[in-house]
Design a protein around this ligand. Sequence first.
Ligand code: URA
Ligand code: CA
Length: 437
Amino acid sequence: MRVYDLILKKRNGFAFNKAEIEFLIEGYVKGDIPDYQISALLMAIYFCGMNEEETLNLTRAMINSGDTIDLKAIPGIKVDKHSTGGVGDTTTIVLAPLVAAAGAPVAKLSGRGLGHTGGTLDKLESIPGFKTEMAVAELVEAVKKIGVAVAGQTGNLVPADKLLYALRDVTATVDSMPLIAGSIMSKKLASGADALVLDVKAGDGAFLKDRAAAFNLSKMMVSIGNGAGCKTVALVTNMDQPLGFAVGNALEVKEAIQTLRGEGPPDLKELCLFLGGWMLALAGKCAHPDQGMDLLEKTISGGAALEKFKELVRSQHGNDAVTEDLSLLPQSGKQVAVAAPAAGYVKKLEAEAIGLAAMMLGAGRETKDSTIDPAVGIVITKKIGDSVQAGENLAVIHAGATAPADQLDAVRNMIINAYSFQDDPVEKEKLVLGQVE
Ligand code: URA
Ligand code: CA
């Protein structure tokens, strides 16, 4: 096989067979095939696409490029959950203990925040003492013992994705559907779950702004998951405004604890029940996701969900007293209210702008090496559909004690500009836009 012929084949619109895809991925990871040839190949894939079989073969070849995690030592059906990333999305911190408390084991590998979206590991590490670094054997032991663990990626999972993603990033080929689907699914499948629920975000704060694209990606990922023997369901969910009220690490942990107590924001709770209902159904804990949702409601109201969260925090060396005393979480040095410039109904609350404003305060990373401040962020008071009087609070900025006045002004302006208002009442949009099974 020659790389040149394969680039030509894809450029001319033909499909690769399994051996060709393996040759390309193996050759690239080994360093036998240079970046310039893979760059041309990626661009050909961008324009000519890949069919279902090719995308599954690509995903498999990517998984085979590195280690995989074996969770077989944990009894039961292990269900994982993945979100394509949004603003203020605290669902994992609620869902992992919630679903575990309802009887399904959860071994969750999570990531850090980059750009305007936050990461579960950063959020959890705002709990004093909480450790997210775990070897695979520790992760397995923890899940066997208490039913849940949330850890950073361990081992050398999918090195092909690290190489390909870095190349896509500099060759304008990130937004190719089969490449995105292969990238996400190779990482999820390598982490060893038996079943998977995908939260594919669509809207202003998501990397897919377009709903049709979100459904298209969902179909591809569900087909890959099922094709690889992992029962997969995708929910396409609305990310036109931030989820819940809080955006920022410790602020989102607080919101997650409130949700586990049954006192959280309605949209965050609704999303957790939907995703969790599906997780329980795929884990064989109920016949239908609706029954799973009922079970999860009872798990929250009976206190078992919060109790499981405490166990999770203790198991990962954190101080579980935060669940009783939220002031034990890092507190921001300065709080500044943002007043509404005029009266009306909130028509828009652009999630991406709120995420960027929180990042500017220090809640997120501009580059992989930036450090974050766990205490800072934004708490929204008015969401889409709410009525507002002029001068009323739209949001509260949580800044560092030494945040300069010009930074606070810039953040305030970003928040005000993220809002649009209208005189007539606004109809609220659905949170769950659809599902792909
Ligand atoms: N997230 C990923 O992990 N990979 C992509 O290609 C895009 C989003
Ligand atoms: Ca939130």
